[in-house]
Design a protein around this ligand. Sequence first.
Ligand SMILES: N[C@@H](CCC(=O)N[C@@H](CS(=O)(=O)O)C(=O)NCC(=O)O)C(=O)O
Length: 210
Amino acid sequence: PAYVITYFAVRGRCETMRMLLTDQGQEWKENEVTFDMWKKGDLKATCVFGQLPKFEDGDFTLYQSNAILRYLARAHGKRRLYGKDDKQAALIDMMNDSCEDLRLKYIRMIYQDYENGKAKYIEDLPGDLTKFEKILSNNKGGFLVGGQISYADYQLLDLLLNHQVLSPGCLDSFPALKSYVARLSARPKIKAFLESDAHKSRPINGNGKQ
Ligand SMILES: N[C@@H](CCC(=O)N[C@@H](CS(=O)(=O)O)C(=O)NCC(=O)O)C(=O)O
């Protein structure tokens, strides 16, 4: 498939799909947009919702990072990253929606309230992490849902990695989360990706705060 990601040179809302694609042995092309190019407005005007990421699979175009992840989870009808049946798929969507809730909180703090809100955000963070801790410690399958990796696992991994940068010890009182991050990060293709210059060269967020 001729996959193209059009996005800023940041991890942001695309590192999850980059990890998913890498772990699944899929190639893609990065179409990097600089903030100066974006400010001109002509690319923005072509985006259905005026925002990036934009994802292309040949002549098929998608926007909305979560829709892109779900498309990749179903890729070519194999539904490989969407559980074993519709009920598991619904549970996986539920988990991803909760990841999105956490991502929105994180983004709001990073872009709108970093200096004054970071300490409080970190103080409140265990309230969110404890829910994922319980889910993972209750599910013996080792993933958010069932016994196989799903697109929501890549999403949670990305969030937890970002939060470990924001607050390095934030998983110390969550053993299930800590071992989950270690285990997923040790998957050979993900390990190589996390060590790659491409990954390391991209800041987590567009305003350089993390
Ligand atoms: N719900 C969208 C949000 C996309 C979004 O907020 N894009 C931002 C960039 S980032 O927050 O994802 O880094 C954007 O295009 N901002 C530029 C603009 O809105 O003009 C998604 O999930 O893809």
